[in-house]
Design a protein around this ligand. Sequence first.
Ligand code: BGC
Length: 744
Amino acid sequence: MTEKELNALLNDMSLEEKINQMVQLPGQIYASSAAVTGNIENNDVNHTIFYQAGSTLGIYGAEQLKKIQKEYMAKQPHHIPLLFMLDVIHGYETAFPCPLGLGASFDPESVKMCAEIAAKEAAVGGVHVTFSPMADLVRDARWGRVMESTGEDPYLNGKMAAAMVEGFQGNTRAEKGTVSSCIKHFAAYGAATAGLDYTNVELSEHTLREYYLGAYEKGIHAGCDMVMTSFNTWNGIPSTGNPWLMKQILRNEMGFDGVLISDWGAVGEMVNHGFCEDRKEAAEKALRAGVDIDMCSDCYADYLADLVREGVVEEKVIDEAVMRILKLKNKLGLFENPYRDADEEKEKTVLLCEEHRQFARKMVQKSVVLLKNERMEEGCLLPLDPTKKIAFIGPYIEGEDMRSSWVVTGSASNTISIRQAAKEVFFENQIRFAKGCTLLNNDTVLNGAQYHSDSWMEDNMRLEKEARQAAAWADIVVLCLGEHNHQSGEASSRTSITIPDIQQKLIASIYEVNQKIVTVLFNGRPLELDTVEAYSGAIVEAWMPGTEGGHGILDILTGACTPSAKLTMSFPYTVGQEPMSYNSYSSGRPKQTEGRADFTTRYLDCSNDPRYPFGYGLSYTRFSITEPELNQTRMGFNDQIIAQVRVKNVGERKGTEVIQLYIQDIAASCVRPVRELKGFCRVELEAGEERTVTFTITEPMLRFHCPDGSYKSESGRFRLWIGNSSVDGNAKEFWLEKGNRMTE
Ligand code: BGC
């Protein structure tokens, strides 16, 4: 449709019809098989809204969505198509590793490809918009949703958010196999106090701007069609009713001109927050903040028309919001083809096709982080010696869903288990399997369900006995342990971030009969690893690896592929250190590395440092990285410094190292982080091969939010490191000289 036609359409719509475009109904109202991601308060939807609501979410499948669209459009007064939205977070039917794992690849190009594949699958399934990526910066492992983030660093998160937006959306939505992408949750949802989901966020504006807003902005500048508000309050105001956040920051400063949608029920929840007297006031405040679509709270449906008639809000504001929604439908080509790519035949060939599976397997290889691989008398446990007898033990060897709680489509039965993959690689007489224990203690509470097994005690005694027998028989034990996939994700905050007790008991019991233990961890958050560390010679962090989990993990265990991933969230020694991140500020009394530590910044009972830092991850080979060489140590504002290192694979096998550039502004008008990631690249090297890695340092990389409200760099002394983690690398100093900026 042309802009003129869209305007004519808008002019022809009644006030109610327009407001209904701003209403999103839960998919359960249109189909029984919907993904439920929130509470439905208002089930008695009237006939008019059923055929006029502008969008719905949580339903998928070509046949079903085409049927719903057909019926809907026949009754919609202007035959305006219905928009179908869904959480396609890390894959549709082909599930990739969860976002925390995808981030660990430090490979935005591959992450973009994951989004491209997910879009292809979702589009043939009839989906138009995905609620992804989640660009929330996270620092607190107690928060269950860290699993949906790419971690604690604004620079890396920005790269990943942009890559996902580009992957989902393609160059234009006219292309087949694309979907619109929605950046969420605006803003600072990841800073939930004490990691407790849905609570308030306490951050200064400085910290909000310095750390939290950047990744959303990168996704917005990559062209995302939609943004979602967050559940939390910031500065005492719920995001969904905050005009400063939505108008000043999002629209004016970031230049976002797409559709702004609330999170599920968030408009109505402003009453619970104590920010609105009733749902009518909530509708008014959300509209004034600039929210175009009310997801599932029905406040807009129930009150916006009255608010216009009473003269409280202007119809013009409604018109602007509706126009943004109509433009999105138009961009997706829905007026010409309301079914878009939905295609039952193509679903059969595209979903979970071999090509997608192969890519998912590669992503597992790239996202698995090798945390530990101790040298024992006969060498390291990993990669596994192909001549040895191996017992695969633990609840994650099969059956448990390793796709995360955010894969709402497809079936866990399509996932390649550890057992299945191991059988493809080893001879039958070389391997044994034993579950060892149930995944959870019997009384564990999960979001929406209580984990329960009737024959719990009996089962576990038998399972443990079988596992000990298998372990005693084997040369090496591979223990597959971790969180239940519903222990991380939305509404899954935890005050204890260990693997379940029952699994900790299992590992201790196995150690009694076999000390050669490789532990593979399945989880969606950094964990406290005391027990795992105490009993494991090697630890492999596999996250929630998705559909090809078994294959990708076996590729790593056997050495068919060398691990290369790096942590994007610090792993603490103890939960008491949370929240934590590498890019913090220095104290006035920094911890002493030598001598007395009295009256310095330290915990009496624990290190200040993480157990495993941001950017950390081992390989089966070793790399040497030379000191950085700078072509000059002084640069003007319009100048640049070339920083180079030589990276050499000094081990015996091919491998990939993630080379990371960190910078510190040593003194400025406000304190600056001890280190900040400013660049990275993956370098693949054959054994003995050497390569130069170059980073270009320019003035914009040194800018920050200054106390006077400006965003600029300040001349002075800087330090840089080039290494393979946030605590590694030799430092070099350089100076940004006083002088004119090109942009001034
Ligand atoms: C979540 C969002 C999600 C939405 C729709 C909410 O509960 O916070 O991330 O996109 O539901 O499923």
